[in-house]
Design a protein around this ligand. Structure first.
Ligand SMILES: [Zn+2]
Length: 160
């Protein structure tokens, strides 16, 4: 089983985003570095949900926004390691639509269930496979790290 390593700050940010957009779905991208057994996520980027036809159970990041996110990731020396979205009043399990619209092989897809406006379970699924034909979602473990962010550590040391 692969592992999605994510800092406490980023983990809380994506869960809070789901509460903010409730009862609509939130969505965004996860930036990080690849490691042999999964992604190390360093940052998240909020995206606007362009699915205005059905925002409570569909999400989509506009291609132009995705290009901007990719450029920003590269600037920080990171890659797009995954995407996240919320399921308002539905379990944190991928839907057939989520699967059909997932095309980033090797990336993590994180889903947070938001029950009556409160973030509940968060699950991550790795989009495994080598082609669109044999792709599949595999559940992965989320490892939330409590370590202090490098930036926060820097600010702390300046104060001291
Ligand atoms: Zn979904």
């Amino acid at each position: 089983m692969s592992v999605l390593r994510i800092s406490r700050a980023v983990y809380e940010a994506i869960r809070t985003h789901g509460e903010e957009t409730y009862p609509h779905e939130c969505c965004g991208a996860l930036l990080g570095r690849a490691s042999p057994d999964g992604w190390q996520i360093e940052a998240s980027v909020k995206a606007g949900n362009t699915r205005t036809d059905s925002p409570e159970n569909r999400y989509q990041i506009a291609p132009v926004e995705l290009v901007k996110i990719e450029r920003e990731a590269r600037r920080q020396g990171l890659s797009i390691g995954g995407f996240y979205h919320s399921h308002p009043d539905h379990p944190a399990q991928w839907s057939q639509t989520d699967f059909a619209e997932a095309h980033w092989l090797g990336c993590s897809y994180v889903i947070t269930a938001v029950a009556r406006g409160k973030a509940a379970v968060t699950n991550s699924f790795l989009l495994a496979g080598t082609t669109e034909e044999d792709k599949r979602f595999e559940p992965e473990r989320i490892d939330v790290s409590e370590t202090v962010e490098p930036l926060a550590a820097l600010i702390e040391s300046k104060k001291a």
